[in-house]
Design a protein. Structure first.
Length: 270
């Protein structure tokens, strides 16, 4: 009897193994109530069974590695912002592995198998709709794109295409809104993050981490009022034991920034 019971256990499928692989099951999409959008494109851990892996032929800076714990950090950041600010940010997080689809690239370099297209399209449809909704309802807003980097475990690299993706913000308030004491990066520096380039520096952003397709597409360079910042976080902040602390500190920075630079109320209906 014991032998039969053991065989039955071995024969059972793993929990969730037969869950359909659709954009709805592999992308977290949450509508918000604040003019803040959080995205995380590279933290997915789920292989796509029906999609061929990317080989990267002709693709510049081809990368397939996981940005470890960035999906988890984005989710915790969502929770912390809601707790501290009394409203929900918008959230878009990919849970499929980057080696199948890289949603932080234009479509022609993001995937090589046509079966990946619905996942890519759903991710960007959500970001585009949320960006338009924030701009319509609030007039302006902020998108934070969460990434991980292995160059410096103690650092966060700023990615704004050297200020291009926050043009509306800096045109309105000056560069202090990006690097000053009440900016997100200024607050992170105050809380012990090593910010690169330093907030008081005139150096350009590191070309490896200066903003990818997401911030360059939805940032404010193209007449949009959604400003976008890519945060490339070192391993120290993404370690499992430090995720709650990192999320809390980033949420604190967002709260200070929002109070100073984001609208407090939605536009009134005309």
């Amino acid at each position: 009897m014991l032998r039969l019971f053991t065989l039955l256990i071995v024969a059972l499928p793993a929990f969730g193994q037969d869950k359909p692989q659709t954009p709805e099951t592999l992308i977290t999409i949450r509508k918000g109530t604040l003019p803040i959008i959080i995205s995380a494109p590279h933290g997915g851990r789920t292989p796509l069974a029906a999609v061929a892996e990317r080989r990267g032929h002709g693709v510049d800076k081809f990368v397939v590695v996981l940005d470890g714990n960035t999906a988890e950090l984005a989710d915790k950041l969502f929770t912390q912002i809601e707790k501290k600010m009394g409203g929900k940010p918008y959230l878009v997080v990919a849970h499929f592995e980057r080696k199948f689809i890289d949603v932080n690239r234009p479509a022609d370099g993001a995937y090589e198998d046509a079966k990946a297209k619905p996942f890519y399209d759903a991710y960007h449809k959500a970001l585009a709709e949320f960006s338009k909704e924030v701009q319509k309802d609030w007039g302006r807003g902020l998108l934070l794109d969460i990434h991980g980097q292995g160059a410096d475990a103690d650092a966060v690299f700023r990615g704004t295409a050297n200020g291009t993706t926050v043009k509306a913000l800096t045109d309105r308030f000056g560069k202090t809104a990006l690097t000053g004491p009440k900016s997100i990066l200024g607050q992170l520096d105050k809380q012990g993050f090593k910010v690169i380039p330093a907030n008081d520096s005139t150096e350009k952003e590191d070309s490896r981490f200066n903003g990818g397709h997401t911030v360059r597409t939805y940032g404010s360079h193209d007449g949009q009022a959604i400003d976008a910042i890519q945060l490339e976080l070192g391993g120290k902040f993404r370690a499992k034991a430090n995720l709650d602390d990192a999320a809390g500190k980033i949420a604190d920075a967002v709260q200070v920034f929002a109070k100073e630079y984001l609208p407090a109320e939605k536009r009134k209906e005309k």
